[in-house]
Design a protein around this ligand. Structure first.
Ligand SMILES: [Zn+2]
Length: 449
């Protein structure tokens, strides 16, 4: 058969059989919040004494990704590498970035799952639920924060935590939600008397209903209410990573705002010098629980995993804790890869590892704009991190306490990942070909439309 005819024959056969050969059955979407290229390198230098060796850096599909929200301007590579402060202008927040990643639509900062005229946008979880898949979101920060919220909820303001938590727990079809935000515990995992009227705390009535086992809604459309099973002890998390699992699980670690990054102790100490809190699970442990529950579904699943505190420590420009947080995220990616290779395969599971934006404008020491205006090369101005050897803090320099418009990395492996090449929108002189943050949802929706 001639090539043209053969292709036509394949297309017709695929249409008749109703299946695309590269349609992913399971989709796992991992987001290190605030992680730019140098965040990855900082953790790699500490973990391995070299860069380029993370498991996701070996994935077959690697592109850069632009992150601007509707409030900002599209990334311009020429401006980004000729003006030191260009990437600081009008960056996205995690609400708009999360919404773009979860729905494929750009919106204004602060909005969750809504476009700029407040119309509700369908997210990946909702779409894939229609195809009978199980869905979950997990994070190292409160479960009702912007990134997980964008994959579940719809709200005019990311700071409406109570409304968002209520929607996630009583109106969503989600099967697994895990994170922090336990009202009775402080950031060291100690019992505290929390002010339940505080803005950042879940509604006390909602929390009581949850503790009493009354909270839920009909998640699977069979007319029967599906109650949340709440787990909070680390032992319960670890047990559920292997044993029989409940149908619907809410895991809230016994800590207030993040798993580890806000714990007391010398914030300038070397990574892991301040002992980790033993009573809370790691993101890696939560990941194993989520996979153990969701993989029961023969129709497949969608899971979003967020290293949320990478952003928090980057706002604080805390190099040691950035390394701790990114290592926990890296281990979670390794746990997912391990799960795919033991329990699934790269023929049925698509794994995407990326960030929602860069935070902190992290570079190597001595980077500055004094040699700009044609006097210096890009390498003279933006210096790489300094390798001080494995187990040692690399040389790092922060230039902002906020988010930036810098391109972030996007790594993908599994069915459908080759299709990312169709979404390339530009070529950056340093980071190479890049896509936009709306493209991930567009790619997923191209298989599930
Ligand atoms: Zn942030």
């Amino acid at each position: 058969m001639k090539t043209g005819l053969l292709i036509l024959f394949i297309i017709i056969s695929m249409a008749l059989s109703g299946c695309a050969p590269d349609k992913p059955k399971n989709i796992i979407f991992m987001i290190s919040d605030g992680c730019g290229y140098n965040h990855v390198d900082a953790a790699s230098l500490y973990q391995h004494g070299q860069t380029g060796v993370q498991i996701y850096e070996q994935f077959p599909v690697v592109y850069a990704m632009s992150t601007h929200s509707l409030t900002g301007k599209p990334y311009n590579p020429d401006s980004a590498w000729t003006s030191f402060n260009y990437v600081k202008r009008k960056p996205t927040d995690s609400a708009a970035a999360g919404t773009a990643l979860a729905t494929g639509v750009k919106t204004k900062n602060r909005l969750i799952g809504m476009d700029s005229s407040f119309a509700i946008l369908e997210n990946i979880s909702e779409r894939l639920e229609k195809y009978g898949k199980s869905t979950g979101v997990i994070t190292s920060v409160p479960f009702y924060h912007a990134t997980p919220a964008a994959f579940v909820a719809h709200n005019r303001d990311r700071n409406n935590y109570r409304e968002i938590a209520l929607e996630m727990l009583t109106q969503s079809p989600l099967d697994v939600i895990m994170g922090c935000g336990y009202p009775d515990y402080d950031d060291d995992g100690k019992i505290t008397k929390m002010d339940m009227t505080a803005e950042f705390t879940m509604d006390s009535a909602l929390w009581k209903q949850l503790l009493d086992g009354y909270l839920g809604n009909d998640a699977d459309g069979d007319g029967i209410e599906d109650k949340w099973i709440l787990i909070d002890d680390r032992k319960e998390f670890v047990d559920l990573s292997a044993n029989k699992t409940p149908k619907r699980l809410l895991g809230v670690a016994k800590i207030y705002s993040t798993l580890q990054s806000e714990r007391n102790g010398d914030s300038l100490a070397a990574p892991f010098a301040v002992p980790l809190i033993e009573s809370v699970p790691t993101l890696e442990e939560m990941t194993q629980v989520a996979l153990n529950i969701l993989d029961e579904d023969p129709d497949g699943f969608f899971l979003m995993i967020e290293g949320g505190a990478v952003d928090w420590v980057s706002h604080a420009n805390n190099s040691s804790r950035l390394i701790e947080e990114q290592i926990d995220f890296n281990k979670s990616v390794e746990a997912v890869v391990d799960w795919v290779e033991k329990n699934s395969s790269w023929n049925e599971t698509l794994l995407i590892v990326t960030a929602d934006h860069e935070t902190g404008y992290l570079t190597g020491p001595g980077s500055n704009d004094s040699v700009l205006a044609g006097k210096g090369s890009i390498e003279d101005i933006w210096k790489p991190l300094v390798n001080n050897g494995k187990g040692q803090l690399p040389g790092m320099e922060w230039h902002s306490h906020k988010h930036t418009n810098s391109l972030v990395p996007m790594y993908a492996k599994g069915p459908g990942s080759a299709k990312f090449s169709q979404y390339i929108i530009g070529n950056d002189p340093v980071r190479g070909k890049y896509i936009d943050n709306t493209s991930i949802a567009h790619l997923i929706f191209s298989y599930y439309h």
